[in-house]
Design a protein around this ligand. Structure first.
Ligand code: AFP
Ligand code: FBP
Length: 330
């Protein structure tokens, strides 16, 4: 089978007027950086034999040594590519100005989690990179235009470093998956037009926190565990603890992923700009739903770079059920 390459796909989308040359250039830079990150993830076991002191990120969370390496790789490729002007990264408190203001017509802001799920790396479990791209073309000289909401995303994507390395992207015309061919070093189109099934048969949540969940989520979990063969119940419980892996399975097989609020963390754990918004855009483009309980994720106003929101996403009917549990009370 001959698969279309990512490069060819980008070229076709530019020709068709779906994306600009500048946007395709930023995506190319991200894809090249992802190849480099997949290599360091893959080689981690050798590098981990050298003792490196543990670090924490600006949010006080434990940092894996590859978190900063992955961040540096993306910064380096985006800087060299000259099309991305601003980068908001999980690994940096403030917005990074890459000083790439050479092109007035196409200047972009990238929001990204360079290495999500990094606590899984040392046990050989899938991790990923998550990103979204915003256009700043209307105000390139005046500095960063604040992002209002995820609705402004031009492109969203993630790369999963798993049994294979696959990049999943949307630019608002469906969802496509490209898998890295290690022999040629190219991403090839392996998942054209991904559609999320209306209902699934699995749920993914850190159930260790269930005592602290809102009662709507506890009610939903009780529903998931009911014995009702005709309606596909009980659902299977599946939780990797690596958002990219959990979302990737949900996208391809159907199901629901939940990281709700807890009494101790009323905003949950996941970040709006570089985790929830890109995943919500992908899930919606594939026919699913993404909410924080009451609201679509993509409608949530962005207030700050590292804002957290509760996140519930996946097959339309399953997420709708959670939405109904919340709406019945309002
Ligand atoms: P790490 O990058 O610190 O491993 O966190 C990953 C993550 O943000 C996300 O990928 C998971 O969905 C979530 O954390 C898992 O969190 P819990 O350990 O609280 O279930
Ligand atoms: P498959 O090889 O059919 O995927 O089965 C995997 C497995 O045997 C174990 O790897 C895993 O722990 C278990 O099934 C999961 O079973 P369940 O679906 O009951 O949670």
């Amino acid at each position: 089978m001959i698969c279309n390459s990512f490069v060819q796909h980008m070229h076709d989308e530019v020709e068709a007027g779906v994306i600009t040359v500048g946007l395709s250039a930023v995506l190319m830079d991200i894809s090249l950086a992802a190849v480099a990150v997949s290599r360091i993830v893959n080689r981690n076991v050798f590098d981990s034999l050298v003792m490196v002191p543990e670090t924490v990120n600006t949010h006080g969370e434990k940092q894996h040594r590859l978190d900063m390496k992955a961040h540096d790789i993306f910064v380096s490729f985006l800087k060299k590519g000259k099309r991305c002007n601003y980068l908001i990264s999980e690994e940096c408190e403030d917005t990074i100005d890459l000083h790439n203001d050479l092109y007035d017509d196409s200047v972009y802001t990238v929001c990204m989690d360079p290495l999500d799920g990094s606590s899984n790396i040392d046990v050989n479990v899938s991790v990923g990179s998550i990103f979204s791209i915003y256009s700043q073309e209307w105000q390139s000289k005046a500095g960063l235009t604040p992002i209002k909401s995820g609705q402004e995303q031009r492109v969203a994507g993630y790369v999963i470093y798993g049994t294979s390395t696959t990049m999943v992207i949307t630019f608002g015309t469906g969802v496509y998956g490209f898998t890295l061919d290690y022999v040629t070093g190219e991403f090839l189109l392996t998942h054209p037009n991904i559609r999320l099934s209306k209902s699934g048969s699995s749920y993914a949540i850190n159930e260790g926190n269930s005592e602290d969940f809102p009662h709507q989520i506890r009610e939903f979990l009780a529903f998931c565990k009911q014995s009702d063969f005709e309606n596909n119940l009980p659902y299977k419980s599946r939780y990797v603890g690596s958002m990219v892996a959990d979302i990737h399975r949900t996208l391809l097989q159907g199901g629901i992923f939940l990281y709700p609020s807890t009494s101790t963390h009323p905003k949950g754990k996941l970040r709006l700009l570089y985790e929830c918004n890109p995943m919500a855009y992908i899930i919606e483009q594939a026919g699913g739903l993404a909410i924080d309980g009451m609201r679509p994720i993509l409608s949530i106003p962005v207030l700050k770079n590292h804002q957290k929101v509760p996140f519930i996403a996946g097959s339309y009917n399953m997420v709708k059920k959670v939405l109904n549990l919340y709406s019945n009370e309002s």
